[in-house]
Design a protein. Sequence first.
Length: 296
Amino acid sequence: MTSHPQGDDAAAAAPWRPLGLPTEQPESAPPSSSYVYAIGRAGAGLDVTAPRLTGLRDGRVRTASADGLTALVSSVPADAFSEEGMKAQLGNLTELEEIARIHHRVVEAAHTGTTVLPMRLATVYLDDARVRAMLRERGAEFDALLSRLEGHAEVGVKVYADPRAAAAGPEPASDGPESAAPPVSPGRAYLQQRRAQRQTQRDAYRAAGAVADEVRDRAAALARDRVAHRPQQGELAAGEGENIANDAYLVPTGRLREFHRALTGLADGVPGVRIEVTGPWAPYSFATPPAESRSA
């Protein structure tokens, strides 16, 4: 599935919800609705970027602006993107992958040219007039978020523990034939093997936890903020091993290379532990007020 590094957590990160499609639309409702991808400042180039982009269902991306803010939108079928229609689409992995891929593509294209706030997946309004009303209603909040995120990008860092890979590591060196253990019965050998497997598993998770702590310590010196997402599991988890840490960092764009260098090699020589660094991305995980403002 093509999405940003935090998967389903990032899709739910935005603090606003659509003004909404009614559960039952009147017969006079238009056949299409407005899907919103991201919000930026008016005059920051989104009017130039939008016509070059293709959105969901091959819809052309356009802008809707109000009070100094601009939203990137495209038309989508009203029935397929109504409340009931979206439930069906989001329950279908293939359709969800397509929505996430195109949503991400539009957001990242906009992010290359200016600071944008990525909207959550399936943010849909009845029409562009409702989108403009949303911009006016949340204008102060969006303006503050854009100011905070300007000059920053998101970097995802995941730490994995893989006991099987740890167990497959090299055996400790022997001190010689004289130190060889005496033969044991098959039953005792089995029990010893099981104990060794459990010990290897514990060691792998402990080592991964220590690496994750070191990652956070080093990243804290370079990043402005961190969001801890739920570890990814099942189809959302990539590669071998269990994802034990899934963090997003808000990093000044001028320090991105330094950030990557600081984490390079931290898991080298640690059997069964792997670090995955992705990005830079648009700041999906930070498109919310900072913690001290979220309770206001």
